[in-house]
Design a protein around this ligand. Sequence first.
Ligand SMILES: [Zn+2]
Length: 177
Amino acid sequence: MGVLLARSAKLRRFSGYVLVPYPMVKRFERMAGRCEQGNEQGGILIGSHRGPHIELTDLTMPGPTDRGSPTSFEKIDPAHQRAADKTWRASDGRRTYIGEWHTHPGGRAAPSFRDRRTWAQVSAGISRAAAFIIVAPGMWSLFVTERRLTWSARELQIHSYGKANLVFSAVPGAGAE
Ligand SMILES: [Zn+2]
């Protein structure tokens, strides 16, 4: 699990921005437009931590050995890890695994109990906040994990429209950095 599990976690309340490039926004919008039927799909999010901020750059799509049902997705295809490793090497360690995305066909863009448990496990393995996206029919939502008294994930709001990225933050339209 090399890249995925860099030990030592000290997560605080997330106060940065999450930048989502517009092509990725388009992709999630398209998925949201057609995920009402079928099995859950998912993959990983790749990007970098820049100070308190997260910049997403890539995502992986479901691989041949991933297992999806209408209500679950098991990310077991080695292609996800390979993509993270490859990007990590190609970027001199700047870009890496940042979190995960998955769809909720016929459901809401809110994490299930099981999602929260999975996200907490993911967060325990990386030393900073992780980003998660849930795509549901007609919408998609972005969450970051943060550790306070208990594990929790917080839904972010659209903060602004940047030149190349849609910018999310914990508080909509909140002050500058
Ligand atoms: Zn879910």
